[in-house]
Design a protein around this ligand. Structure first.
Ligand code: NAD
Ligand code: IPM
Ligand code: MN
Length: 369
């Protein structure tokens, strides 16, 4: 049987820096576990625009549709801020998500014990935290029509449309209930049904799917603004959170800080199963290209490495190997290794991006001893 195929899209800014550390982990699996991947690499984002005049070449899009999984670093940066909207780096990522129909974006926020002291929240609020935000990723205000900047009389008007069909809500709700059954059997759905019709439909459809197909799962509903407050007040009340595209974007960055740093949060974007039974899938850290630290060897590669672990779990049915990577990350953190983002303003002696990657590889080696 041929090796599973992986398309790697390092992207811009710190994307290539953190992806270089993932490559070390992939190589380790080939060398030490006999788990090899057919890896190809391509451009997305600003670097693709520089070469092709588009943030995602059609050939790259076609390749992404064929492989077993895509692994992406990050896109964007100040160099591209003034580009026409249609060719901005972020459009490349959004096209991947939309055309691969990756509707369920899993964003787990887990606070490793070694970092519980470092969070900006009190230790007992975050210690042991393990929640899963499921963000709808292919619809909502990110894609709704009409959209644009139009002229109305003498002034410009910016327009975006929040739009959800019931089938779009139903399928991501099912993803959340399925996930809950594998965890603590509890889902909290977040919208703003008090002010948005799309929120009313969201609440109704989630409840209907629950009552008809998942009555065993505990379901609650919360307005997303109150959800943000509750996430900082007492995040451990949640297990699975399901929410729309925009609220999920905001709430997952917020949840990142419960874990200590945006550099810690991985994600998996999953679609419907392909012919081989594997879901269409793209794995990427939640963070962006971090222009403020790019090129300095300061980036934390853990979010990207944990995203690869999610690929092992969700695309390749290698939950044990995924856990091996997660345990290796836990070990280096317990040993006190910190990239600069995990040390704060006064931080002394951070390790570099590549030192962190090397330490995780060493911890993987130790796991075989
Ligand atoms: P960002 O996530 O790039 O950075 C926010 C802050 O977090 C910065 O201070 C950065 O240094 C820090 N940070 C992020 N990742 C880190 C890591 N791995 N290690 C250490 N520190 C880290 O968000 P931003 O500054 O708002 O956006 C910068 C660019 O990235 C924009 O062009 C934006 O559109 C893009 N972006 C891309 C993605 C993606 O590719 N998935 C996600 C978010 C933002
Ligand atoms: C994310 C990012 C993206 C989003 C951007 C870069 C398109 O913020 O993945 O969280 O808004 O979805
Ligand atoms: Mn975001």
């Amino acid at each position: 049987m041929s090796n599973p195929s992986l398309l790697i899209l390092p992207g811009d800014g710190i994307g290539p820096e953190v992806m270089a550390e993932v490559r070390k982990i992939i190589d380790w699996f080939g060398d030490k576990r006999g788990v090899s991947f057919d890896v190809s690499e391509d451009l997305v984002g600003g670097c693709a625009y520089d070469k092709h005049g588009t943030p995602l070449h059609d050939d790259t899009m076609a390749r992404a549709q064929e492989v077993d999984a895509v692994l992406l670093g990050a896109v964007g940066g100040p160099k591209y801020d003034k580009l026409d909207f249609s060719v901005k780096p972020e459009r490349g990522l959004l096209r991947l998500r939309k055309e691969m129909d990756l509707y369920a974006n899993l964003r787990p926020a887990q606070c490793f014990d070694a970092l519980a002291d470092f969070s900006s929240l009190k230790k007992d609020v975050v210690a042991g935290l393990d929640i899963m935000i499921i963000r709808e990723l292919t619809s909502g205000v990110y894609f709704g029509e009409p959209r644009g900047i139009i002229k109305e009389g003498n002034e410009r008007v910016g327009i975006n449309t929040q739009r959800y069909t019931e089938s779009e809500i139903a399928r991501v709700a099912r993803s959340a209930f399925e996930m809950a059954r594998k965890r603590s059997n509890k889902v909290c759905s977040m919208e703003k049904a008090n002010v948005m019709e799309s929120g009313i439909l969201w609440r109704d459809v989630v409840q209907e799917i629950h009552d008809a197909e998942y009555p065993d799962v505990e379901l609650s509903h919360m307005y997303a603004d109150a959800g943000a407050m509750q996430l900082t007040r007492w995040p451990k009340q949640f297990d699975v959170i399901v929410t729309d595209n925009l609220f999920g974007d905001l709430l997952s960055d917020l949840a990142a800080m419960l874990t200590g740093s945006l550099g810690m949060l991985p994600s998996a974007s999953l679609g419907a199963p392909m012919a081989n039974g594997r879901p269409k899938a793209l794995y990427e850290p939640v963070h962006g290209s971090a222009p403020d630290i790019a090129g300095q060897g300061k980036a934390n590669p853990i979010a990207c490495i944990l995203s690869f672990a999610m690929a092992l779990r969700y695309s390749f049915d290698m939950g044990d190997e995924a856990a091996r990577v997660e345990t290796a990350v836990e070990k280096v953190l317990a040993d006190g290794l910190r990239t600069a983002d995990l040390l704060g303003e006064e931080g002394k002696s951070p390790v570099s991006t590549s030192e962190m990657g090397d330490a995780i590889v060493a911890a993987l080696d130790a796991s075989l001893a």
